[in-house]
Design a protein around this ligand. Structure first.
Ligand SMILES: [Zn+2]
Length: 381
């Protein structure tokens, strides 16, 4: 795969500037839920947390300050391939020494989602990968993640978990991950996903795993069309019978795959910065996001691995507008698509809509009260 010609800077997460009064905000759409569908738990670990966990558990890191550790756990320029990108997970994985660490990472992911203005987040994780270095049991990791979800009921965010099969460990270990997800399906795990080295471990090794998950009532997703071409997307849709595809951007290479996605209503979880950093696309300007939207696909916008990429969800919407060139209408479509493609039941969907509406009403009322009191203060002076 060709290396992207000009290294794309990865700015630190910044709050999205509020539009001036009277100006229409394309994102977030007022009164509508903000939803993130594609975010890896273990791709979003605070660098300070990595340091703290390492100290507690005696794990030796290549640096002992946030500043010095950052280049080891964050992408600072595009990596030649997906496999190089995945190497950044090493230190994040190395500090997950017990189930408390798993719970902490889930908790902090939910806090981060709140800080980004997200109303509903779907967090995915490979329980075997998270537990591998310290020999934690995949089933125990999934259980701890669900415990943390329950303990976070105080946070103003709705959340679901997605269990991942890491392809790289092969089909045998894949069964442990499927069983771990199925065992927690009534405690917040709603779906199964397939991730990892797409080119080295194709989806056809995992057809039986997906069948078992489907029969157990899990929804289905697969990473495809990222490191491998459009055929991997076709395989995910036709053989794994997924409802959503992680990335899927290389579907543009084959018009018949685009038709298949559209006909079956399969949503794409697109993550532009991740795609540039893994050299899946050459640059933001060359990203096929506008084309995928124009061709009538259900495209959603996501972060993938916020701490590794040095981004947040508002950053990706800003990139979609400023670097990829989407207009307000397209940004609104992305936000609404994510809500429509979320794994929520009707009641959960209604509650989220009401909460988003109330929040924005409250924000407007508060703004009006502030304005009124400003006028009063000025009048008295
Ligand atoms: Zn991903």
């Amino acid at each position: 795969m060709e290396r992207a010609p000009d290294p794309t800077p990865t700015p630190a997460p910044q709050a999205t500037p509020k539009p001036a009064r009277g100006q229409r905000a394309a994102y977030p759409l007022p009164g509508r839920p903000v939803v993130e569908l594609h975010r890896h738990l273990d791709g979003n670990v605070r660098t300070a947390t990595v340091l703290d966990l390492a100290r507690r558990h005696g794990v030796e890191l290549p640096a002992d300050s946030v500043e010095e550790l950052t280049p080891h756990v964050q992408i600072t320029s595009p990596t030649p391939t997906l496999v190089d990108f995945l190497a950044k997970f090493r230190w994040l994985q190395a500090v997950i020494a017990d189930y408390d660490a798993v719970r902490r990472i889930v908790r902090e992911n939910l806090e981060d989602a709140v800080a980004e203005g997200i109303d509903h987040v779907e967090l995915r994780f490979s329980p075997y990968f998270m537990g591998e270095v310290h020999g934690l049991d995949a089933a125990g990791v999934a259980e701890a993640a669900c415990d943390a979800l329950e303990e976070a009921a105080d946070l103003p965010v709705s959340a679901k978990l997605i269990g991942i099969i890491s392809r790289t460990y092969g089909p045998e270990i894949g069964w442990q991950e499927v069983d771990a997800a199925i065992a927690q399906r009534h405690r917040g795990v709603v779906a199964l996903d397939l991730a990892g080295d797409e080119a080295g471990f194709p989806g056809d090794l995992f057809v039986d795993h997906f069948r078992r998950a489907r029969e157990a009532g899990l929804r289905l997703i697969a990473h495809a069309g990222e490191a491998a071409g459009a055929d991997s997307v076709r395989q995910a849709v036709e053989e794994l019978e997924v409802e959503r595809v992680g990335h899927g951007v290389r579907a543009v290479e084959d018009a018949t795959v685009i038709d298949l996605l559209r006909d079956r209503g399969v949503a794409l979880e697109v993550c532009p910065t991740s795609n540039v950093q893994t050299s899946t696309v050459e640059s933001y300007a060359a990203h096929p996001l506008p084309e995928l939207l124009e061709r009538g696909l259900i495209v959603t916008l996501n972060t993938d691995d916020p701490s590794i990429s040095g981004i947040d969800l508002p950053h990706e919407y800003r990139v979609a507008r400023e670097e990829i060139g989407l207009d307000d209408e397209a940004l609104e479509t992305l936000q609404e698509n994510a809500f429509a493609a979320a794994f929520l039941d009707d009641d959960e969907r209604r509650r989220l809509e009401q909460a988003a509406h109330r929040r924005d009403e409250h924000g407007r009322d508060q703004h009006q009260r502030d304005e009124d009191s400003n006028h009063q203060t000025r009048g008295q002076s």
